[in-house]
Design a protein around this ligand. Structure first.
Ligand code: LRH
Ligand code: MN
Length: 434
């Protein structure tokens, strides 16, 4: 997580909504006075949100779709250049998304130098790269149908390793400093796959990728309980991911995709465990009701999202060793305008982070140490139930971004303009939501 305010440039001047500024200043003054009475500091929370940065996935600018269909949106980007244009709009309006996380080969650049140049003109950079051994590409010699790093055939594993080395090369050319490895590897029927040997083969293959990492790079392992494998996924849970990261070395860490947990899993506890092991590498933020639904962050379980950020803010305050999480979004937009969905998501992440800054940590420690359960819970609820939106709006304003990104986006007419400009079909394979 890079601190400091990345300058925001790009296409769009966030239109000021009539009267919004005055309302905002009154709301902020009222909140600051209330927080002051609770011995809390509005200013510190505003400055913390100003430094909060989250990366946008390159696969989330178009309308995703499910296996039951996709509903294209007029004006969705057709090329990687148009995706970067859209990424700069999200950064312009939120002030908090200075990097894009590319998925290869879905968004493989033809010319890395030109893309890097365009990105810097737009005030953007690149976050963790994403590999893809869960689909067979046209002309690929060996299939990943029965796995990639876990495949029993060394030639298939070799092909998958070479793909990761290729992704690292692209990332190096773009200035990225990490690679996220999510493997669809697994089985759908008992007996289909050796549960132990498949894991050993994954670790053996990852060692080759880890050995090829540039000195300043990190490797993130991403766990997922099921889909597309429906009986056993090789990297099924945080424990499997942690075993891999601990076996590989210091620059291997675990990435937590919030949607990759079975219903009722205590995700903030998973985060606390990985933090305690010094192995929390990053996040794929989203929300879900049932499975890996890739919904707008904070749309279903806002208190759960707050509790995750509570763990992160505590780690920040304690300057926990190895604490430098890569915050990224991973969503698929089936019914909302992808840009409005991303603007909502960034706003929800900024809000959860702001609320976590409002926890009275000293009081919480006292109540935890004295076993005062009710008061300890109330400390968290007081922060969560504080309407911290004026703090987030103020942070965006100070970053030159919009008080209300969705309202400004709509007022800008950007999508209407792009619908007129971006005629013709989408020029790249739009992933079905995964
Ligand atoms: C897998 C996943 C992974 C990405 C993909 C788009 O479900 O979360 O992080 O590669 O979605
Ligand atoms: Mn993910």
């Amino acid at each position: 997580m890079k601190t400091g305010n990345t300058p925001v440039t790009g296409f769009l001047q966030p239109p000021i909504i009539e009267g919004a500024l005055g309302d905002h200043q009154r709301d902020l003054a009222g909140l600051a006075e209330r927080l002051d009475r609770r011995g809390l500091f509005a200013e510190r929370a505003v400055e913390a949100v100003r430094r909060f940065e989250v990366a946008i996935p390159s696969w989330a600018f178009g309308s995703g779709g499910t296996r039951f269909g996709r509903f294209p949106l007029a004006g969705e980007p057709r090329t990687l250049v148009e995706k970067m244009e859209d990424a700069s709009v999200v950064h312009r309006l939120t002030g908090g998304t200075p990097r894009v996380s590319l998925h290869i080969p879905w968004d493989e650049p033809d010319d890395c130098t030109a893309l890097r140049q365009l990105a810097s003109e737009l005030g953007l950079g690149f976050d963790a790269m994403n590999s893809n051994t869960f689909q067979d590409q046209p002309g690929q010699s060996l299939s990943y149908k029965l796995g990639s790093f876990s495949h029993t055939d060394l030639a298939v594993r070799r092909q998958a390793i070479d793909h990761h080395l290729h992704v690292i090369d692209i990332g190096k050319a773009l200035g990225a400093e990490a690679i996220t490895v999510w493997l669809a590897d697994g089985s759908s029927y008992p007996g289909q796959m050796s549960l132990r040997k498949s894991f050993d083969r994954v670790l053996e293959s990852l060692r080759d990728v880890y050995a090829a990492l540039p000195p300043n790079w990190r490797l993130f392992t991403e766990h997922k309980p099921y889909e597309p494998a429906f009986y056993a996924t090789v990297v099924q849970d945080w424990g499997s991911s942690l075993l891999l990261a601990q076996s590989l070395g210091a620059r291997a860490q675990c990435l937590v995709d919030l949607g990759h947990h079975l219903p009722n899993t205590n995700v903030e506890l998973v985060v606390a465990r990985l933090l305690g092991a010094g192995k929390l590498g990053g996040f794929h933020f989203n929300d879900s009701k049932y499975g890996d639904d890739d919904l707008t962050a904070g749309s279903i379980k806002p208190y759960g999202l707050f509790l995750v950020f509570h763990e992160l803010v505590q780690a920040e305050r304690e300057r926990l060793t190895g604490f430098s999480p890569a915050y990224m979004i991973d969503q698929s937009h089936n019914i909302k305008d992808p840009l409005e969905d991303l603007l909502q998501t960034v706003d929800q992440l900024q809000l959860a982070y702001a609320k976590a800054q409002l926890v009275d940590h000293d009081a919480l420690e006292v109540y935890q140490n004295t076993g005062d359960v009710v008061m300890a819970e109330r400390v968290l609820k007081d922060a969560f139930e504080t309407d911290a939106r004026p703090l987030v709006a103020e942070a965006r304003l100070r970053n030159g971004a919009a008080l209300d990104p969705v309202a400004s986006f709509r007022a800008s007419g950007y999508r209407v303009r792009k619908a007129a400009e971006r005629t013709g079909s989408v020029g790249y394979t739009q992933p079905r939501s995964l």
